[in-house]
Design a binder for this molecule. Structure first.
Ligand SMILES: Nc1ncnc2c1ncn2[C@@H]1O[C@H](COP(=O)(O)OP(=O)(O)OP(=O)(O)O)[C@@H](O)[C@H]1O
Length: 702
């Protein structure tokens, strides 16, 4: 491949001395290296082509993009070449590392306001350039915002970026499913009408929250749940209560005209930050501002210079390689400590987290588990969702409702839902009640990288640490057994998590502390609940499973559908029997007008309550009708049994006809009684569900 810059970067591996590892992604590891002929420190991204699952197109695209771009806020590749079965991409060394790693190391609760403004402004500038050149980045997140030793901010990782002009028809919207769930725009998840540059604006909004809080909203949830929550809930945002540390009044000095005067402006950072995030996190992409427009937002008045970043966040940080090693070791340690938890069934979300997207398996059990985790979110009102309170309190270690709160609540929620989610039919009903159909949106979207467990790339041997010490081997971090029972080995999922964002708290690696707020003076080392930091989801062509053994992984029940790696199994696909032929079957959901279902997950609790009450009343009325009908039939059949053979022979045709009808009615009684039983059971289930919901509602109101 041709060199991209004036300087001639060598195209052979022997001209580079690979040093320690400084980053790891889903598809690659990144090393510090010395380019010997130029005596220049560089970063080399090493992609193992054998592990790339034929996604060579994606790699080609990434490298092409990286070489062609030319903007101070985007990481440009110097050159690339293959060595053995690896592809090396040589790029500038960004000594500060990614914002995510910096937060993990020293700012677990997010950055200070001016830092956020400075970082984001630089990112927007990069996006303006990318979008103007027809590219969508598709993976904007703190893990991909790199900082150089001079405080330069650059957006990296074009692994999933897309060129809008790829098809040649300059089509301006895409139809592929890529990105990382927490940062992924709803329209990318939905795949209904494609998406465009505005998908990056959504991810940018999520990244803003990530930089403010130290983690992305919903980051602790398993990927499926993240998708559902993004589609269902009101967009996340800043909250006046939780984020009041951003409410400080700032002094803004401005020069006017020739006379240099200083004006003290009272400015609430929180207000403009809230506005910025709110503008980006609008579900309708058309209503999101363009990157260009965003750049003019008043929020960026807080932005400072690159030097400011050097002084505030880089000074005092340990070298990147050392930081990376420490974080990696810490994560391995925490995984070991929590091993027992993962064996506990009550910690489904943590299991999902460990498994990562690689192990996504949409069988019935998984769907049930995922769906059972959804219930607790029904309590999230627009407001609390917007504030993100629900998702954050847990992070402080104080357990609240939610998945990771010690398991008790979760297990309660899960068992509570058991009743309502007894079969796949109900499950599908409940999912289909979402305003947009996430399942449909998900089916066939993914191909999933399976970890072959094969470890080190051949280049490993040549790697040495700057300090000469043995660097932590990737395999050394592998913890056997933790992931037992899943289809993904830990080494893989661990890599995946680490790369894109576990924010396991770090012992205060750096002496750097804030002196501003006071509330962040002490960065206590603590192990916070783990999150799901799933890596990018790469869209690949759907596979033909027509010859596959459809039922191979199905835990039970008939196989319904399988597209890509998605499959939905159902224990009962048979149509529900109608009550009686000719009898009314209009069990209508009073809200939607559709058939009633015990699960109406997309509705707020109050609406669900009134809906359930209506259904209950309807069922009671129907039961009365049926009882009356049975009584009537019993009376009729009583007359019939008193008739003798003789009587029958003397009957007129009309009488015989009537008699036949009576017999038919008698036969119906059996099925009516059965139906009645079924309704009774359903009634009692509804009653239980209703009282549980009322209790839950009461609790929330308390
Ligand atoms: N030029 C660089 N200088 C310093 N660190 C880098 C550089 N490029 C990447 N890194 C580090 O390596 C990590 C992984 O790199 P990158 O994101 O390119 O890999 P990936 O496999 O595409 O990851 P993912 O897709 O999971 O985000 C980054 O998060 C960052 O911490």
């Amino acid at each position: 491949m041709e060199q991209a810059t004036e300087k001639k970067y060598p195209l052979t591996a022997k001209d580079y001395n690979l040093c320690e590892e400084i980053g790891e992604g889903v598809s690659a590891s990144v090393h510090k290296a010395l380019c010997v002929p130029l005596n220049e420190v560089v970063a080399i991204k090493v992609l193992d082509l054998e592990k790339c699952n034929n996604d060579l197109d994606g790699i080609r695209r990434e490298v092409q993009t990286m070489i062609l771009i030319d903007h101070p806020n985007l990481v440009r590749a110097h050159c690339s070449f293959t060595t053995g079965h690896n592809l090396w991409v040589v790029m500038p060394y960004m000594a500060g590392g990614s914002c995510l790693h910096i937060m993990k190391s020293a700012y677990p609760e997010g950055f200070e306001e001016p830092v956020i403004a400075t970082l984001l402004r630089e990112v927007v500038k990069g996006l303006v350039y990318l979008h103007a050149h027809g590219h969508i980045h598709r993976d904007v997140k703190a893990g991909n915002i790199l900082i150089g030793s001079d405080g330069a901010v650059k957006l990296a990782d074009f692994g999933v970026s897309a060129c809008m002009y790829d098809t040649g028809d300059r089509q301006r919207s895409r139809n592929t499913f890529v990105g990382t769930p927490c940062w992924m725009a709803p329209e990318v998840m939905q795949q209904l009408h494609g998406y465009d540059f505005k998908a990056d604006i959504w991810s940018f909004g999520i990244t803003a929250l990530e930089l403010a809080h130290g983690h992305a909203p919903f980051s602790k949830y398993p990927p499926m749940k993240v998708l559902l929550m993004t589609l269902q809930n009101a967009p996340p945002g800043l909250d006046y209560e939780r984020d009041k540390r951003f409410s400080k009044v700032y002094a803004v000095y401005e020069n006017f005209g020739t006379k240099s005067s200083v004006l003290l402006l009272k400015h609430s950072f929180l207000q403009s930050f809230k506005e910025l995030v709110g503008a980006c996190l609008v579900k309708d992409p058309k209503k999101r501002p363009s990157a260009e427009k965003l750049l003019k937002h008043s929020f960026f008045k807080q932005a400072r210079t690159n030097e400011y970043l050097v002084h505030t966040i880089l000074e005092g940080m340990s070298p990147l390689g050392e930081r990376f090693r420490t974080l990696k070791a810490k994560e391995a340690d925490i995984l070991l400590q929590n091993k027992a938890l993962y064996e506990d069934k009550e910690h489904i979300s943590q299991q999902e987290y460990i498994r990562g997207i690689s192990a996504w398996n949409f069988n019935l059990e998984d769907l049930k588990n995922q769906a059972s985790l959804i219930e607790d979110d029904m309590s999230i009102t627009e407001d609390s969702s917007v504030s993100g309170r629900h998702a954050y309190r847990e992070d402080d270690g104080s357990s609240v409702e939610g998945v990771n709160s010690g398991g008790a609540n979760h297990s309660k929620a899960a068992s509570h839902l058991e009743d309502g989610l007894n079969d796949a039919h109900d499950l599908e009903n409940s999912l289909s009640a979402f305003p947009i159909k996430p399942l449909q949106a998900l089916k066939g979207c993914f191909d999933v990288c399976e970890d072959d467990g094969a470890g080190s790339p051949s280049f490993r041997d040549s790697i040495r640490s700057d300090s000469g010490e043995q660097i932590l081997d990737r395999e050394a971090g592998k913890i056997d057994g933790v992931d037992s029972g899943t289809s993904c080995s830990l080494s893989h999922s661990w890599r995946r998590r680490f790369s894109s964002g576990s924010l396991l708290q770090e012992n205060n690696l750096s002496p750097k502390k804030f002196n501003g707020d006071g509330d962040r003076e002490h960065l206590q080392p603590r192990y916070q609940s783990e999150r799901n930091y799933s890596g990018p989801l790469q869209h690949r062509p759907k596979k033909d499973f027509s010859n596959s053994n459809a039922g191979e992984d199905a835990p039970e029940g008939a196989f319904v559908e399988r597209r890509g790696r998605f499959k939905v199994t159902s224990a009962d696909q048979s149509p529900k029997p109608s009550l009686i032929q000719g009898a009314p079957t209009n069990f209508q959901n009073p809200i939607s007008g559709g058939p009633t279902s015990p699960s109406i997950p997309s509705l707020p609790t109050a609406t669900v309550l009134s809906s359930l009450q209506c259904i209950l009343q309807q069922n009671l009325a129907q039961r009365e009708d049926i009882l009356r009908f049975i009584k009537f039939v019993e009376q009729s059949s009583g007359i019939a049994t008193e008739l003798t053979e003789n009587d029958l022979s003397q009957m007129t045709p009309k009488e015989r006809d009537l008699q036949a009808q009576v017999i038919h009615m008698q036969q119906s009684i059996g099925s009516l009684v059965e139906e009645l039983q079924r309704l009774k059971i359903k009634n009692s289930q509804l009653e239980r569900k209703l009282s549980a919901t009322v209790k839950q509602d009461d609790k929330i109101q308390e």
